[in-house]
Design a protein around this ligand. Structure first.
Ligand code: ZN
Length: 368
């Protein structure tokens, strides 16, 4: 218990330190896209939400980007200052700089929970029963660089200087230390947009996310049961693994595969997105999802937001569609949160009667 108190105190201290923003000027979005949140606007919005809902929302800095910007996490729960024995969920966005709708989707998810607390029975139950951590902007440097100079830069990576400085940026979502650099799913070339970094967790942003997730491991037990990462674009719901096309490799528990498949289908039935194993879209290695599942046993989903195609806007969805496209995921995300207390329950009573094989083979995935 002391460990948790110290951790929370550190978060509070860090959040005060976060008040001093680095002197890195934030441009606004290019004309027509101003409704999207810049880093500073996101910071102001998160502070306002925490101030308006102090009993159920607490804002902290979990770490800093390569260029020194704060990476925020908002915890949503009743008795938010206490670490209660409740199922935990991580929701995150903008691990890739140009995927701006993921910030808006994270903010929308926060709003669904805090704005109707005490009004909607369903949402009140979620806030009371869970500890939900929302990290809307893992890669603030990439996001800000993408909107620099009044036009979009089509920038995916962070802004870390590599080697002699000729190439900038590591793909944070290829830098996690699980099957890092394997299987052609990332690039060893610093100039590539999927550069995996010099070594696993060489990107500060990946370290911050890793350390946060590991901090939720208490008395040997990972508290986070589910993690949802918002990306864009494509309207897909992806689940592990990304590094292999095998459905159930030796480092996956068969029951987990069944649960994630069912959850992805159920979400897809609610938002019209296409559920699939991540590697069915393309092979990738060193991803957050593969690490969080493979190393920590967390059920992970990557949700590729709207639009479906490049012609329909690609990474730069028209700002007047933010509202409708983020609302479109409400039923799917609220449903997922409702399963956090009993993920295997999604398989229904039949699964609980018969899965002797699943039960005996169930174990935590192999640790690296
Ligand atoms: Zn992405």
């Amino acid at each position: 218990m002391l460990g948790r108190a110290v951790f929370l105190a550190a978060l509070v201290a860090a959040s005060i330190a976060g008040a001093a923003s680095p002197a890195l000027a934030a441009s606004d979005f290019p004309p027509g896209y101003e409704a999207y949140h810049t880093h500073d606007e996101l910071t102001a919005e998160l502070r306002a939400i925490a101030a308006a809902h102090p009993d159920i929302a607490a804002l902290s800095v979990v770490g800093r980007s390569y260029q020194g910007r704060p990476i925020w996490v908002l915890k949503i729960s009743d008795n938010v200052a206490a670490d209660e024995p409740e199922p935990e969920v991580l929701v995150d966005g903008l691990i890739h700089g140009r995927e701006h709708l993921s910030v808006e989707q994270s903010l929308a998810a926060i709003r669904w929970l805090v704005d109707r607390y005490g009004v909607s029975e369903r949402r009140t139950a979620l806030v009371d029963g869970l500890e939900i951590w929302v990290m809307p902007e893992i890669n603030p440097d990439g996001g800000q660089f993408d909107i620099s100079d009044g036009r979009f830069q089509h920038w995916r990576k962070n802004r870390q200087i590599n080697g002699s400085g000729e190439s900038v940026g590591t793909d944070v979502n290829r830098n996690f230390g699980y099957q890092w650099g394997c299987c052609g799913g990332s690039s060893p070339k610093p100039s590539s947009s999927t550069y995996r970094g010099a070594s696993p967790f060489s990107a500060p942003e990946a370290q911050v996310v890793r350390d946060f997730v590991l901090s939720r491991r208490i008395d040997g037990e990972q508290q986070l049961g589910i993690a949802v990462s918002f990306h864009s674009y494509g309207e897909q719901i992806l689940f592990p693994y990304a590094y292999t096309t095998e459905d159930v490799p030796p480092d996956m528990v068969r029951l987990d595969r069944r649960v994630m498949t069912r959850m992805a289908r159920e979400m897809g039935a609610r938002n019209g997105y296409t559920p699939m194993q991540s590697s069915d879209l393309y092979i990738a290695s060193g991803t957050f999802d593969d690490w969080a599942y493979g190393d920590q046993g967390i059920l992970t989903f990557t949700i590729e937001l709207a639009p479906r195609t490049l012609l329909d806007g690609g990474f730069y969805l028209s700002a007047d569609r933010i509202g409708q496209e983020t609302r479109r995921n409400r039923a799917a995300i609220l449903w997922l949160l409702e399963q956090a207390g009993d993920p295997a329950g999604v398989l229904g009573p039949d699964a609980l009667l018969s899965p002797a094989a699943d039960r005996t083979e169930r174990s935590r995935p192999a640790r690296r």
